[in-house]
Ligand binder design. Structure first.
Ligand code: COA
Length: 172
């Protein structure tokens, strides 16, 4: 831990997820997190078991474009365990958003397991702003796939990617 403190890595936080796609709710958490951490690593899980709309490379591309002017935000993909990825990055904090009580049980279980796997890891929960508590990537995809506007829910670049994706899939 002392070594981490010396290297400054103790101040790195990881914000993991699927980000399929990233929403304004995620961005709100990242932007507020930056006030407390000089570096936030947005970490996209490579998860072959989860069917996603965007490939990992597309999601990394989207994220890098969004945060290109924010050097405090780094974007990476990871495989395997979050606890191991955090260790490899020298990060001691994982940020998770808690939108509603319904998120709590799964998050609680995951936090305990991550702590078990890497006892030096702290899990920090942040509440999204009220207007984002209903938001999820699935709901954004649902609306976009049926031709609805998601302009208030995601950055313009993501809305455009969604339109293009569903146009190609012939679903909007
Ligand atoms: N605003 C809007 N939406 C949000 C949000 C926020 N602030 N925070 C979460 N969400 C939404 C996401 O969009 C997503 O919506 P979806 O289900 O419709 O796609 C949902 O909440 C859950 O997303 P996320 O937080 O990205 O969870 P996930 O299940 O996709 O990913 C990992 C969770 C990657 C952190 C977790 O699976 C992991 O660490 N895996 C690695 C393996 C591991 O270490 N396992 C052991 C731990 S027990």
């Amino acid at each position: 831990m002392a070594e981490h403190r010396r290297s400054g890595h103790a101040k790195r936080a990881i914000y993991p997820g699927s980000f399929d796609p990233i929403t304004n709710g995620h961005i709100d958490i990242i932007n507020r997190g930056i006030a407390f951490f000089p570096k936030i690593i947005v970490a996209v899980l490579r998860n072959p078991r989860k069917a996603t709309l965007f490939t990992v490379e597309e999601r990394l591309d989207i994220l890098r474009e969004i945060f290109r002017k924010q050097p405090a935000v780094a974007v990476h993909a990871f495989d395997g365990l979050l606890a191991d990825f955090a260790k490899s990055q020298g990060a001691r904090v994982v940020i998770r958003g808690l939108r509603a009580v319904s998120d709590f049980e799964a998050e609680f279980q995951m936090a305990l397991m991550n702590h078990e796997l890497n006892p030096s890891l702290e899990i920090l929960f942040m509440m999204p702003r009220a207007r984002y508590t209903f938001l999820s990537s699935s709901i954004v995809k649902e609306v976009a796939s049926r031709g609805g506007s998601v302009r208030a829910l995601v950055p313009a670049s993501v809305a455009a990617r969604l339109r293009e994706k569903f146009r190609r899939l012939g679903r909007s």
